[in-house]
Design a binder for this molecule. Structure first.
Ligand code: PGA
Length: 256
């Protein structure tokens, strides 16, 4: 049985007051909600505060981060290591988000390196994959996702996906309000799972595949009703406590 995971990607948003209020709101809204893992990835600057607040509330919310470097320490100005993330209780680390692939020119190979490094250091990679609008129009969606996944599978073996999370995020759906239909998303999720199953049915059966891209309380239920959609990576709606909690509750309801 795959346990659903709803994760909030806060991106470059927040300040101390907002972090405190959002976490307080989430604690209240998610009280008693079972059957779903809920994670938040604040900007790295606020991990310390988030860890303290979650600790005080004895929270079940999992702490995550939005990026990691491929070095543990040394002369790498501006970078953050897995050990530093661990030091603040972050476990689920987003890598390969399309915004990093695009604005920081992160290649499939570099993202795969981060994946390996996270695993080596006992953290959970949340590997984002997904196609652009043009690639979607050209019918290349599955091929693009397979290529991005293969960067990991071909270098680390399919078993590397055990315990990791995949987030399928069509780039044209991120922050645009133009979400993929639940049927289309299911079709791609099934294709991603089938691609993994070519190497290992066991790994394919167990790996959590989230959908991401304009997930809102209004459309969340339709995604989670799909057999291969195991949760969501949420951007905009994760900045509003009751919206994010409603998405987590929809996952708990649909998957249990
Ligand atoms: P969005 O972002 O929910 O605002 O579309 C999702 C993401 O980029 O992870």
């Amino acid at each position: 049985m795959r346990r659903p995971l709803v994760m909030g990607n806060w991106k470059l948003n927040g300040n101390k007051t907002m972090v405190a209020e959002l976490i307080k709101g989430l604690e209240a809204e998610l009280n008693g909600v079972e059957g779903v893992d809920v994670a938040i990835a604040p900007p790295v600057m606020y991990l310390d505060l988030a860890e303290q607040l979650l600790g005080k509330a004895e929270s079940k919310i999992i702490l995550g981060a939005q990026n990691v470097d491929v070095n543990l320490s040394g002369a790498f100005t501006g970078d953050i290591s897995p050990d530093m993330l661990k030091d603040f209780g972050a476990t689920h680390i987003i890598i390969g988000h399309s915004e990093r692939r695009e604005y920081h020119e992160e290649s499939d190979e570099f993202v795969a390196k981060k994946f390996a490094f996270l695993k080596e250091n006992g953290l959970v990679p949340v590997l984002c994959i997904g196609e652009s609008d043009a690639q979607n129009e050209a019918g290349e969606t599955v091929a693009v996702c397979a290529r991005q996944l293969d960067a990991v599978i071909n270098t680390q073996g399919v078993e590397a996906l055990n315990g990791a999370v995949i987030a399928y995020e069509p780039i044209w759906a991120i922050g645009t309000g133009k979400a993929a239909t639940a049927d289309d998303a299911q079709r791609i999720h099934a294709a991603i799972r089938a691609h993994i199953a070519e190497k290992s049915e066991e790994v394919a059966k167990n790996v959590v595949i989230q959908y991401g891209g304009s997930v809102k309380p209004e459309n969340a239920e339709a995604y989670f009703a799909q057999p291969d959609i195991d949760g969501a990576l949420v951007g905009g709606a994760a900045l509003i406590a009751d919206s994010f909690a409603a998405i987590a509750k929809a996952a708990a309801k649909a998957k249990n």
